[in-house]
Ligand binder design. Structure first.
Ligand SMILES: [Zn+2]
Length: 478
């Protein structure tokens, strides 16, 4: 007898979309069959008629339980929301896995200038989340500053232990210079990992900061002039060149400009294993919004650009140039988010993890720009592939984890702050009208959210060991 049978939904599987029944035994999917053909006993049956049955959303870019720079928060000791709160919001948003960070973050005191090994810092980070997450989780490991040879020597061990992806910044306090990057890329490439890169041209960023201060134009609403299109163009192309020389796979976090999308497209034309992510706020807002009252609430670094960039990102998600959507989840309360109002002090990130699936669906599927299959690719499957979790995650297929979301395309819902589940008092999506919404979330066979009720436990989520398949690192496969 099955533990769970999901009947009659429109199921998106790697082998095609159709009206299938999905059978779950324990934590795994054990059956995907034409609906109604097999008569099976099940302890519980969910009627999914009229709904999409999709692999649980994978959020590849979150900053949970991390120290907020005092320069941004206006005071010290502020943290982004806890794993309990963020993963609770995730469950309500149809997300079953998120990838956060271990290691150093810019602007905080926990950079890599410590003697602790990568593995011990990973263990510390894991213990912060274990027992406190409603959904599964993993970590990119952030390397920062002048990364010592000893740390580079530990990369292989970390990859073998299931870390799979390393994050670096090319700007901010913890930027890694190109010399050290060369060594890091070589070691990550050789060891079968992938680089997650926040690319900006530090020279241009710093030059523009000084210029705007000098000219009295350093208001926060000018952030897009600092973290600008040319900076993205130059930095993306330099990273691609370094990756080509070292045979390293690249995952560009938050592509923000048409120039970044173009650089990724050019690399992929050369069959380089280069992948790009877009954040859901960049698909909707433009830098014009910064000038509205409290307008920098929509800001995440690098910076939201122009209408043509917003449109180019959507087009790149539709045509296959970009592979994933994310939120850069970084939830604080409004007083922190709006504390700084200059180009040096506007707080990055936003309250995001819950809203990505409905926003992306509304922007791209409701408008007829992408298919439901492409929606699944850019919200789940591709992140699983690129970051080494596929086919355990990101697929409705026999043998995969039973991470499943029932998505109702007839539920037209206007997002209201009071309906969201983060520990926060603002949402940039308050008032946004969704063309569909997740109604049930299943994590490894357990229904953790159903019809607005949280049914999971913070003990449910587990850390995921990841390993990137060689094919993903050979060519751009998704
Ligand atoms: Zn980030």
């Amino acid at each position: 007898m099955l533990d769970l049978l999901i009947r009659g939904g429109m199921v998106v599987t790697p082998a095609g979309t159709g009206r299938f029944d999905v059978g779950v035994q324990g934590e795994k999917i054990v059956l995907v069959a034409e609906s109604g053909v097999v008569d099976l006993e099940s302890a519980r049956t969910l009627d999914a008629s009229g709904k999409y049955v999709l692999p649980g959303g994978i959020e590849p870019h979150t900053h949970i339980a991390t120290g907020v720079s005092p320069a941004w928060a206006g005071r010290s000791g502020v943290m982004t929301q806890s794993p309990e709160a963020a993963s609770r919001a995730a469950a309500f948003g149809g997300v079953t896995t998120y990838v956060d960070f271990a290691g150093g973050m810019p602007g905080t005191e926990n950079g890599d200038r410590t003697d602790k090994s990568i593995m011990s810092r990973l263990d510390e980070r894991r213990s912060t989340f274990a027992g406190h997450s409603y959904t599964d989780f993993a970590f990119h490991y952030t390397l920062s500053g002048e990364v010592p040879a000893k740390a580079i020597g530990e990369i292989r061990e970390a990859i073998q232990a299931g870390v799979a992806s390393f994050k670096i910044f090319t700007t901010f306090d913890n930027k890694v210079g190109y010399g050290h990057l060369w060594a890091i890329f070589e070691e990550v490439g050789r060891s079968g990992g992938i680089m997650a890169v926040h690319a900006e041209d530090d020279d241009i960023v710093k030059y523009m900061e000084k210029k705007l201060v000098r000219e009295g134009n350093d208001q926060g609403y000018n952030l897009h002039l600092v973290h600008n299109n040319i900076s993205e163009d130059i930095s993306f192309r330099k990273i691609v060149r370094l990756a080509e020389h070292t045979q390293t796979g690249i995952y560009f976090v938050h592509t923000t400009a048409k120039e970044g999308a173009r650089a990724i497209a050019d690399a992929r034309m050369k069959q380089l294993p280069v992948y790009g992510e877009a954040l859901h706020n960049y698909m909707h807002f433009t830098s014009e919004h910064y000038k509205q009252p409290n307008g920098t609430s929509v800001h995440t670094y690098p910076a939201i650009k122009f209408a043509e960039d917003r449109d180019a990102l959507q087009e790149a998600l539709a045509d296959g140039t970009l592979s994933t959507t994310a939120t850069d989840e970084y939830t604080t309360y409004k007083d922190v988010k709006l504390s700084g109002n200059t180009i040096h002090t506007v707080c990055g990130g936003h309250n995001g993890i819950e809203t990505r699936l409905p926003v992306v669906y509304t922007k791209l599927v409701s408008t007829g720009r992408v298919s439901i299959e492409r929606f699944v690719d850019i919200t789940s499957t591709n992140a699983a592939k690129i970051l080494g979790m596929y086919p355990r995650k990101g697929a409705i297929a026999t043998g995969s984890d039973a991470d499943i979301v029932l998505f109702d395309p007839d539920l037209k819902k206007t997002i209201r702050l009071e309906d969201l589940h983060a520990d926060s008092d603002y949402s940039i999506w308050d008032g946004f009208e969704c063309g569909g919404y997740p109604v049930t979330t299943i994590l490894r066979g357990k229904v953790i959210m159903e019809d607005g009720q949280l049914l999971g436990s913070p003990a449910d989520g587990r850390w995921l060991e990841r390993s990137v398949s060689p094919g993903v690192l050979a060519n751009p496969v998704c």
